[in-house]
Design a binder for this molecule. Structure first.
Ligand code: PEP
Ligand code: MN
Length: 351
């Protein structure tokens, strides 16, 4: 249930309500907004009477949350969640672009991609060091060596770093290198991993599973939130359908659907969403027009020789052009993208 406290409710009144909820068997999550405190009570399997809470001093309203996910729902938290990492805000007015190679391959490749995406206006470097590949014979990533390269390139170019965690045994190491931990589509329902990430303080980028419904996706986010980590962003990356022309079917409608159901930031990954380089820019433009809070895009200086996902990786010049287009689209719906000039050569210059 959600307990909305009155605007003038004192901290003592809030504490009494929390104590009563705990006595009734709930775990309580407190959300303190600009005007009032909202308490999310989850986890009690007992029958309960909301009137027991309604009568307490300082309580404005008590609502049962009908959605199976509670903390991820807008009923619990009507205001958008904004995730802050240093000076970066994800979920605010600015559309945050995260870009870089599918995988870290070597120093030069990581450096070339980081320099290119920074110049074009990305704020976060993406790159995998642990790769979930369909075939055990495909390149599996460089592991810690790849993380070191990615971190060094991100620091050289004042970028944040997002990288995929595949197993909880990697958490301690990944924590040292990455600013955002990505949970890949194949791990969206690895509930043990999600629970452990709930104990971490690191922002989590949770991709939609390959054939997950939006409700299942939000329930996976709930695992992380219920553990106490409220820094969760979602990422639509295409789902498997009967269509075979594209690698996946990029579900742009998931963006407004999730934004209505949840307060969490929603990103879009048109690279995995389509699997084909020439489809990435149109879908990125559409995702921004649909209101996404950020993009995750694969960029490689020499995609034809990439060790993974070359066919869907943009050349730097294509990424430059896309960013210039997004700077026209975003303001049309009241959003911005990297307003400050990045280089003397200006925005959108193609090489
Ligand atoms: C990736 O971003 O490199 C990746 C493997 O994505 P997904 O989990 O969406 O397939
Ligand atoms: Mn990839």
């Amino acid at each position: 249930m959600v307990v909305v406290m009155q605007e003038r409710a004192s901290d003592e009144q809030v504490q009494k309500v929390i104590a009563k909820l705990v006595e009734m068997g709930f775990d309580v999550h407190r959300s303190t907004g600009a005007l009032r405190t909202v308490l999310g009570a989850v986890g009690s399997s007992r029958n309960y009477d909301t009137a027991l809470i309604e009568v307490l001093d300082g309580v404005q309203e008590v609502m049962r949350i009908t959605e199976p996910y509670k903390l991820a729902s807008r009923t619990f938290k009507p205001d958008n969640t904004v995730i802050t990492i240093g000076d970066l805000r994800i979920g605010g007015d600015e559309v945050i672009v995260m870009a870089g190679p599918c995988s870290a391959e070597n120093e030069n490749q990581v450096e070339a991609a980081a320099a290119a995406v920074k110049r074009a206006g990305a704020k976060v470097l993406r790159g995998g060091a642990f790769k979930p590949r369909s075939s055990p014979y495909s390149f599996q990533g460089l592991g810690e060596e790849g993380l070191r390269m990615l971190r060094a390139a991100a620091d050289r170019h004042t970028l944040k770093l997002v990288s995929e965690i595949m197993d909880i045994s990697q958490l301690e190491m990944m924590d040292r290198y990455a600013d955002i931990l990505q949970v890949g589509a194949r791990n969206m329902q690895n509930f043990h991993l999600l629970r452990e990430l709930g104990r971490s303080k690191k922002p989590i980028l949770l991709k939609r599973g390959i054939s997950a419904t939006i409700e299942e996706w939000l329930l996976s986010a709930e695992y992380i939130l219920a553990g106490g980590n409220m820094n969760v962003m979602l990422c639509e990356r295409g789902i498997r359908t009967f269509e075979s022309y594209t690698r996946n079917t990029f579900d742009i409608s998931a963006i407004p659907v999730v934004q209505k159901l949840s307060h969490l930031p929603v990103l879009a990954d048109p690279s995995h969403g389509t699997g084909k380089r020439d489809k990435v820019a149109p879908m990125a433009r559409a995702a921004v027009a649909a209101g996404c809070d950020g993009l995750l895009i694969e960029v490689h200086a020499d995609p034809d020789h990439a060790l993974s996902d070359g066919a869907q990786s943009l050349f730097p010049s294509q990424f430059d052009r896309l960013m210039a287009e997004l700077r026209i689209i975003a303001p049309a719906i009241g959003r911005s993208i990297c307003l400050e000039p990045v280089t003397k050569r200006g925005w959108g210059g193609s090489r």
